[in-house]
Design a protein around this ligand. Structure first.
Ligand SMILES: [Zn+2]
Length: 144
């Protein structure tokens, strides 16, 4: 359909270090590393698609705990098989199956993380990108 294209989800910068860590790809998370990039958000703001093509499913970051149902997300699949997950949003109604354009189509509304992580967390949306074969992509490299 459309060429592979990327766009900014919130228009804001990547999360700097707070009490829970930094938002760049590869930032330490205990024994693991951060597998995406966190874009600062203002709760209630409209969030745009970071990748063009089809919203394939709803993707929920948490199955339990505070705000597990409120903190949701989407998976976007591009025509070359690139996949992108966007978390910590309230997806737009009936968005699954729709075609979105990177940087312009609204996919949902940013949610606060402060109920789950308490004070010290910087509100953000988490963006994770994999190639068709599952190789991790640093979102900051492709989202300009
Ligand atoms: Zn993150």
């Amino acid at each position: 359909m459309w060429p592979i294209a990327y766009g900014k989800p919130t228009g804001l910068a990547i999360r700097r270090a707070d009490s829970y860590g930094a938002g760049h790809h590869g930032a330490p998370r205990g024994t693991r590393v951060h597998d995406g990039a966190d874009y600062n958000s203002t709760p209630g703001q409209q969030v745009k698609a970071p990748l063009s093509e089809v919203i394939s499913k709803i993707s929920r970051p948490y199955s339990s705990g505070v705000d597990a149902m409120a903190l949701s997300g989407v998976e976007i699949v591009a025509s070359d098989g690139t996949k992108c997950w966007v978390w910590y949003i309230q997806p737009s109604v009936d968005i699954v199956g729709t075609v979105v354009k990177a940087g312009s189509s609204i996919i949902g509304i940013a949610k606060t993380l402060k109920n789950r992580y308490k004070n010290g967390i910087t509100d953000h949306v988490h963006v994770r990108i994999h190639t068709r074969t599952g190789t991790k992509v640093n979102p900051a490299i492709v989202i300009k």
